[in-house]
Design a protein around this ligand. Structure first.
Ligand SMILES: NC(=O)c1ccc[n+]([C@@H]2O[C@H](COP(=O)([O-])OP(=O)(O)OC[C@H]3O[C@@H](n4cnc5c(N)ncnc54)[C@H](OP(=O)(O)O)[C@@H]3O)[C@@H](O)[C@H]2O)c1
Length: 183
């Protein structure tokens, strides 16, 4: 069974979004997201990013689909014709995982939001790690990260994760990795 990781940035009040966009502008954090979700150990493979309809259309038009990754959008209302070429449409997270499992060129699967997709993903036995950027500030938000189940524990960051408190434009933030403990 193929597993997946989840990647998210949330602020002190657990917000992740406002009006379809991110509540903050932190360039280095976006670069971290890009780098992390693109990284493969096999150069012949690429990764998949799985996201809800609103997250996909919240990405600026010029930046979507996310390059060098297989983009999969979850929706029960959208038609395939409304998505750019190469972007896959699935009606459930499990369907997306089955589609990915049928491909042999996908190395890692990243769940990239939003709220409901994160909740379903964290409850799944397929979920391995949460790559969390904790933003040390409160922001006005209308979309929030669900409660993290107790089965997740913080683990030591891998060598590719910047250590300690980062700062950009006066906003402090920190990269963390949590891993689901086996039952
Ligand atoms: N800070 C972060 O790291 C981060 C990450 C991602 C997103 N965001 C922000 O979060 C906001 C968007 O998130 P959101 O929670 O509002 O929406 P979302 O999860 O991106 O999209 C919700 C829609 O996705 C579809 N969907 C979700 N789960 C599904 C499933 N299991 N099966 C089939 N379809 C499914 C449904 O579409 P249909 O109604 O068409 O069925 C649902 O209405 C934006 O503000 C975005 O910028 C922030």
């Amino acid at each position: 069974m193929k597993r997946f990781n989840l990647i998210v940035a949330f602020c002190e009040n657990f917000g992740i979004g406002i009006k379809g966009d991110l509540p903050w502008h932190i360039k280095s954090e976006l670069k971290y997201f890009s780098r992390t979700t693109k990284r493969t150990s096999d150069p012949a493979k690429h990764n998949a990013v799985v996201m809800g309809r609103k997250t996909f259309f919240g990405i600026p038009e010029s930046k979507r689909p996310l390059p060098d990754r297989l983009n999969i959008v979850l929706s029960t209302t959208l038609q395939q014709e409304k998505l750019p070429e190469g972007v896959l449409l699935c009606s459930s997270l499990e369907e997306a995982m089955k589609v990915i499992e049928d491909k042999n060129d996908v190395e890692n699967v990243w769940i990239v939001g939003g709220s409901g997709v994160y909740k379903e993903a964290m409850a799944s036995t397929r979920c391995h790690r949460l790559y969390v950027t904790k933003i040390h500030q409160q922001f006005e938000c209308d979309t929030f990260f669900p409660e993290i189940p107790n089965s997740f524990r913080e683990v030591a960051p891998t060598s590719d994760v910047p250590l300690g408190v980062q700062e950009e434009n006066g906003i402090k933030f920190e990269y963390k990795i949590l891993e689901k403990q086996s039952e």
